[in-house]
Design a binder for this molecule. Sequence first.
Ligand SMILES: C[S@@+](CC[C@H](N)C(=O)[O-])C[C@H]1O[C@@H](n2cnc3c(N)ncnc32)[C@H](O)[C@@H]1O
Length: 270
Amino acid sequence: MAAETSSDDLDFDRAAPARVYVLLLGGRTAFAADREAYAKVIANAPDAGAVAKENYKFAGRATAQAVQEFGIGQVVNIGPGIQDSDIKMPSVEQCVRAVAPDAVVVAFDNDPVVRTHARTHSQRVLFGDVTDLDTILSNPALDDALDLAEPMVVVLAAVLHFVDDPAAVVAGLARRLAPGSLVVLSHATSTDIPDKDTRVGGMTKAYDDATSRIHFRSEEEILGFCAGWKILEPGLKDVAAWGLPEDEHGQLGEFVRVVGMVVRLPGRVR
Ligand SMILES: C[S@@+](CC[C@H](N)C(=O)[O-])C[C@H]1O[C@@H](n2cnc3c(N)ncnc32)[C@H](O)[C@@H]1O
């Protein structure tokens, strides 16, 4: 294996999105600053843990469905989050393996704690920053495991709200991926939140001193940065409802909402 590009600056004095999220999921891999940020999130949105769990399930469900429906054999999961043994739900990789045992699944994260934890669970997460797609798609440590000439599924679950310019990320993917590729994405939204200024403002503040700030965007903004991509059925929905019959919906967020969708780069017919 070629050497892995890495950035291992550990900073435990500031909250990190991956560690706040693992607390929301019921895990324990976190430090004091993460617990402080988590408490502020929960104070503004008591349902944030339930919505995080629905988001986690959406990522696995939507990715497995995309792989199966379009017969795609390669998945790039960007920002997979921390592997924590207290999370009792199947990961994106496990959901993909259940429908496509031979698929190539690779994961990238810019948080060193995510990568270290993956190693302790005998998994591999490479260093990669979604704002620098070449560190991901052309990473020498992949040893050409990905074929950029063939369609792939890129997973961006609950990642783009930690990025200042998500439209640039999605446009960068459109330039680099083969036609027929898909992106599974979810994003925290400011649409339809009661007492929005207080709640969204409070959650945003929780990440003020974190390693990445959070941006709640409207549903229109989220749809806007995927212009030019084909939005697959059922469109942009609450993650708890996406792709499920009504009687199987999970807990819809009231004080915090995360919406998800799957988009496809037009051009190649299956
Ligand atoms: C809220 S967690 C979501 C985890 C997982 N995708 C899920 O939905 O269950 C956000 C993840 O994105 C990662 N992340 C945030 N900004 C990133 C960036 N610029 N490049 C790569 N990963 C990033 C975080 O470290 C964390 O692992």
